[in-house]
Design a protein around this ligand. Sequence first.
Ligand code: SAH
Length: 260
Amino acid sequence: MNNNENNHSIHEFDYSLICEYFSSIDRQGPGSDASTLQALSFIDPLKPKARIADLGCGTGSSAILLAKVTDAEVTALDLFPDFLDKLTHRAAKEGVANKIHPIVGSMDALPFEKESFDVIWSEGAIYNIGFEHGLREWHKYIKPGGYVAISEVVWLTDERPDEIEQFWQDAYAEIGTISNKVAQIQRCGYRPVAAFVLPDDCWITNYYIPQRQAQEMFLNKYPNNEVAANLVANQRHEAELYSKYKAHYGYVFFIAQKVV
Ligand code: SAH
């Protein structure tokens, strides 16, 4: 705990810069409409007024698509109000604002009643609280027979070069193989339904390329700013690592049904 005023304001500034950077792009993690629809195809058709929670929804790409293609009500939760403002704006433009309920909150302290959702959706976000912890935590909010649809970074090979092994150990030590993740799913009271690897375009076309323009604008707006420079450098480094080592890791969409 640090009570120093000055540090506190620096910290707030970091946050607002990070939010500004990621608000300027439509996705805050790898994904695509096609992958969202593919994941949805493994779930029994939802009844009118079914409820979906999209946790760590960011600026809303998946929440908006789910609202468009299902009859469900979508609760979209994220820690950052700026992302939800953008989501609200996009939802209005797409004509689905009345089906989406944005909520500022944390995915490890959900403000919901037990068994209130038919589906818990979460793309590229559960890592913030850990895959297994999230699966356990969210279980109680799902109706009996309801589903989770979650994308998560995984190893796709058994042996990895040191550079990428080290990068992910530092960034997210809970990264595992598909079989590790499926075992976790079963351990947490779900029946695995499907798992598929997100194709390259989810990373490159939809995540890293849109950032290039954002990076130029950001560096022009904040010249000589160390936080901004580091943020951009880190994102560029991550994109280079992906190009170099994408044979070894990727995002996988896991779809599973609550059994107990
Ligand atoms: N699902 C979106 C965003 C993925 S990035 C997409 O695919 O584009 C991860 C998101 O999780 C960010 O929007 C971040 O603000 C949010 N997040 C991080 N920690 C969180 C927490 N504890 N509770 C809720 N959201 C969180």
